[in-house]
Write a protein that binds this ligand. Sequence first.
Ligand code: SAM
Ligand code: SF4
Ligand code: F3S
Length: 436
Amino acid sequence: MKKFYIKTFGCQMNVNDSEKMAGILRDMGYEKAESPEEADVIIVNTCSVRAKPDNKAFSFIGSLKKIKKKKPETIIAVAGCVPQKEKDSILRFSHVDLVFGTFNFMKLDSLLERAKRERVVEILNSKIPEEDRVPLIDSYLENPYVAYVTVQRGCNRFCTYCIVPFTRGRERSVKPELVVEEVKRLAERGVKEVQLLGQNVDFYNYEGVDFADLLYMVSEVEGIERIRFQTSHPAGFNRKIVKAMKEIEKVCPYVHLPPQSGSNRILERMNRGYTREEYIEKVMMLKGEIPDVALSGDFIVGFPGETEKDFEDTLSLVETCVFDQGFVFEFSPRPFTKAATFKDDVPKEVKNRRLQELQDLIKRQAEEKNRKRLGKVEEVLVEGRSPKGGELSGRTKDNKLVVFDGDEGLIGKFIKVEIVETSPFFLKGKPILEGA
Ligand code: SAM
Ligand code: SF4
Ligand code: F3S
C-alpha cells in the first residue's frame, strides 16, 4: 500500500485542511506513514503568520532533499499559506514536485496525478465553486473523538500586522446546512466534541444566519455532546452569542478572545476596531452572564511604537480581565502587511522582557484559578495518552487539560475525575470509576 506523510505548521485551520487532505489520500488508497522516509507522498502544509513557523517550514522542506535523492519517485508537495503569497521562495527547492495554495487543496487527487509526470505549481487567488464542497470531504481524524469543523474561511479585517487576509483571501462563511451535515457525519463516526473554526467566528454570516444561529443548529445534532469555537473577535463578539452559550448546554464555557494589546494607541495602529474599554466591557458582560467561563487570548508585544506605558496598559487589561490561558508573541514584520512598513523600533531584548513579563502574569492568574479546583470533581472527555506518554489525558468543559492514570478503555468516554494536583498549565486527577 502507498503511504503519505503530512507535516503541518500553523493554526487549527491548517490542521483541519491537513486532515481533509489526508481524507482525500485515504480515498485514493494511501495509508498514513510513521515517518517521511517511508512515505510515497510528503506534504508540508505551511504557515507564514510569523517568521518562526515560516523558517521552520523552510528548514523542514530543505531536510527532505536527502529523501528525494535516495527515493526519487517520492512526491514532495508544499501547500498552505507560504506558497499562496510567496511561491518563488518554495520553487527554489528543486526537489519539490508540487506547490499549491490554500484555495485548491481539495483538488489534491488531480494535482498529485499531474505531479507524477511534471512539476506542478497551482496557486489560485480567489474562491472557486468547489470550495463549497469542502466540508463534505470525509476527513481523516487525528483524534477520533474531537474534530475540527471549519465554518468560515479567510478574513476581511486587515489588522496591520497580519498576513492572513493575503494568504486566505476574503471572508467566506460555509453554508449552515453543510456545516450541520459535516457535524452529523462526524457524530456517526463516534465524534463527541466539535470545534467550530474561523478566523473570526462572530462575523459568521450566511444569508442572514449568524454565528449564534449556527450554534443552535449544530447543537441539534445527536451524539455531539460538546461544542467549542474559535477564534472570537472582540469587535464582533456579542450578547447574542453569550445568550446562545448560556442556553445551549452543549456549548462549552470557554472563549478565545484575543485582545492583542491593552493600549488604545496601539490597538488603533493595529487597526483592531475596538478600544480597551470595549474589550473589558465585553469580558465583564461575558463573565457576568457565565461566571465559570474560561478566558484565553493572544497578545503581541513589541509592536512598532509600543512604549513602556502602552505595555503597562496591556498588563493592566490582563489584571482586570483575568485569563486562564494566553499566547504571547513578539511582533514579527510580515510581507504585504502595513506594519511591515512601520519602523520595527522596539529592541529585541525589550520584546523578550515584555513577553516574559506578560507570560508570567498570565501564568500566575492561571495558577491561581486552577488551584481553586483542588479537591473538586470534574467531568472530562478522555482524549488519549498525554503527549509525554504514560498517563491518560482529557479536557474539562472549560478546556483545562487533565492528566490521570487509567486504562485504554476510558478513551472516548466522559468520566468523573477528582483533581488532586494543580499547576498553571494542567491539572492532575484521579478517576472516580462507577462501582469502585
Ligand atoms: N483571527 C484571530 C484574531 O484576530 O485574533 C487570530 C489569527 S492569527 C492566525 C493568530 C495570532 O497570531 C494573532 O492573534 C496574533 O496574536 C498573532 N500574530 C499574527 N500576526 C503576527 C505578527 N506579524 N507578529 C506577531 N504575532 C502575530
Ligand atoms: Fe489576522 Fe486580524 Fe484577520 Fe485575525 S482579524 S486573521 S489578526 S487580520
Ligand atoms: Fe498560519 Fe495560515 Fe493559519 S498563516 S496561522 S496557517 S491561516
